[in-house]
Design a protein around this ligand. Structure first.
Ligand code: DX5
Ligand code: ZN
Length: 219
């Protein structure tokens, strides 16, 4: 039987908080998560919203929140995002100079009952995060440069998914593999073959006339 993959439509293409809440409502019968892109204008050029807005979104939707922190100083804000209702809380590997702090933060996220996520940019090899995988529930592989939706999928991502699956077997560690950026139904079919668990999609779903069908097309 085909493995079931989970779909996490992203908030990045959506402009205002009210539109995000309406968007969550329009996809809730087929989406598995709402992928919340948090950008601070420093780690990436764009800026989106912070924990207060996330808390408001959380109050208005039943969808679990998959929170992707594209911010420079994640340690400082982790508790705020946990309190705001993140179900998966993902930090960027590249945002940490002090890798001991990264381990502490991943452990802290788990202890709070939230799933810990670790993301890598397209230029960061999988081999760099080997030591952190036992602290990680979800590895978020960026298939575009973080910062905006609507970019083209980077083909190297397939290989990263293969490598991560091999690591799971070879080292007997368990985590979910999530891919974010430029995903459409052709790409999702390939990613599924390579063993992806969770797919993020921004513009493909948002721009579709029928979003529920668009989500099914990615499964
Ligand atoms: C990119 C964001 C993505 C983005 C994906 O920085 O992390 O979540 O919204 O959008 P698409 O699917 O349009 O690339
Ligand atoms: Zn994202």
């Amino acid at each position: 039987m085909d493995k079931k993959i989970l779909i996490a439509p992203s908030t990045d293409p959506v402009k205002t908080v009210h539109e995000i809440i309406d968007y969550a409502e329009s996809i809730k019968h087929n989406a598995d998560f709402l992928h919340c892109d948090i950008m601070d204008g420093s780690f990436v050029e764009n800026r989106t919203y912070s924990y207060t807005t996330l808390g408001l979104i959380n109050e208005k939707t039943l969808l679990p929140l998959d929170v992707h922190l594209m911010i420079s100083n994640p340690s400082k804000y982790i508790d705020k995002f946990l309190q705001a209702g993140a179900n998966i809380l993902t930090v960027h590997y590249e945002a940490y100079k002090n890798k001991k702090k990264l381990i502490k933060d991943l452990e802290h996220i788990r202890e709070s009952g939230t799933l810990s996520g670790l993301s890598i940019k397209p230029k960061t090899p999988v081999s760099e995060i080997l030591s952190y995988l036992s602290y990680t529930d979800v590895v978020l592989v960026m298939s575009v440069e973080p910062g905006k939706s609507g970019q083209q999928f980077i083909e190297d991502t397939y290989q990263k998914v293969v490598q991560l699956n091999k690591i799971k077997t070879d080292y007997n560690v368990d985590f979910k593999i999530e891919v974010d950026g430029g995903v459409n139904p052709n790409i999702s079919a390939k990613l599924k073959k390579y063993g992806v668990d969770i797919l993020v999609s921004g513009s493909y779903i948002y721009k579709s006339d029928d979003r529920l069908v668009a989500i099914s097309n990615l499964r």
